[in-house]
Design a protein around this ligand. Sequence first.
Ligand code: NAP
Ligand code: HSE
Length: 428
Amino acid sequence: MTTPLRLGIAGLGTVGAGVVKILAGSGELIAARAGRPIEVVAVSARSRDKDRGVDLSGYDWEDDPVALAKRPDVDVFVELMGGSDGPAKAATEAALARGAHVVTANKAMLAHHGQALAELAEGNGAVLRFEAAVAGGIPVVKALTEGLAGNRITRVMGVMNGTCNYILTRMETAGLPYDEVFAEANALGYLEADPTLDVGGIDAGHKLSLLAAIAFGTRVAFDQMTLEGIERISIEDIRQAADMGYRIKLLGVAQRTADGLEQRMMPCLVPATSPLGQLEGGTNMVVLEGDAVGQIVLRGAGAGAGPTASAVLSDLIDVARNFRLPTFGQAATTLADAPPSQSAAPAPYYLRMALTDKPGALAKVASVLGEAGVSINRMRQYSHDAGSAPVLIVTHACARADLDAALDALPGTGVVETAPVALRIEEV
Ligand code: NAP
Ligand code: HSE
């Protein structure tokens, strides 16, 4: 008789209930693959009475997730509550401190405390796994820690927030303004409890910071990421980009530079015909580049009960198989500090701004750009509106520092009515 792997699951929402459902429906298949049964011993959530669409009658109930994490009959504490601190962190620490394993989908907690938690796990002979935390059902953590372990990773790139991709693609296909699509996404239940996590690029930034740690052997450095959300993207930007053969995506890029680690999550223009450009709705895509393997593209559902629970199960089966791997693919104490850096590689930029419609306004803007060393490739002035002239400028490839100098100087012209929207054009 094989010994079952005993779980304590904290959080019975979308993901937690999804995990219980898979274990109830595919228990035999999972036991065959894991080499032993995986059983739920006890669960925890805030409300005991809520109907979660799954039968919980066979499991003990714990009101306090920390008490659940401390139970000696729990081999793996499955943290599916969310939140960077509070009960999620306290219970995770309690489990790891006694050498119990932890499987979590909580990218916020790991982005802020990943290093300390990984050291705690490894110091106590426990594993801390998080496949579900990045890009939902896409097995990207496994791809980096196992499949590509022999590669020097050169770049990690991707669209990792389904909500933002849904908003941006829906704006384009339905021709709707941002505010209307945001309200629609909210009504569909897509947005996080705090929507700025999604539309501010923070959630996607959390995910990218975790992949960067694995890819480059560096300590998780979410606080060093350059972050920009999609809140200022207008239907006009979507239309102008489409007109030039591009789509706007909230794109994350992490790469080593000569003097550190570049991590940025921001809206960019990508060619409409590229795999990233063709990504529709809530789907995620992660592009991994290694010196030996070349480029790998992974695409799939980035959220939802089934896809995210699928990723949780993959970690649980690994634990049941006694497969041990450090949290970030190498011992946490060997992860290096990498100073934040920006790639010196120049790129073209899309600039949209509204100018006061008076003689010489455009000349003043062109002059500021020229003085900063930013050369104009294309320019269009369109649909004048009561004394205001919307202007679109596409620059030749330039250094971000030069563009920033120009952006800083533009208010001084006295003709720029609103802060320009500046989007990098990535020829991916
Ligand atoms: P959710 O639907 O809001 O569920 C959260 C669960 O945690 C609920 O069951 C809630 O209890 C419980 N909970 C919250 N605070 C608690 C506390 N103090 N004590 C005990 N239980 C508590 O969230 P979710 O969408 O499943 O997300 C869970 C985690 O997975 C988060 O870290 C999220 O970022 C991550 N994730 C989610 C997705 C997705 O598609 N949803 C995808 C990838 C990663 P009640 O039900 O009683 O309120
Ligand atoms: N809010 C996230 C998204 C959920 O939209 O991708 C999955 O992490």
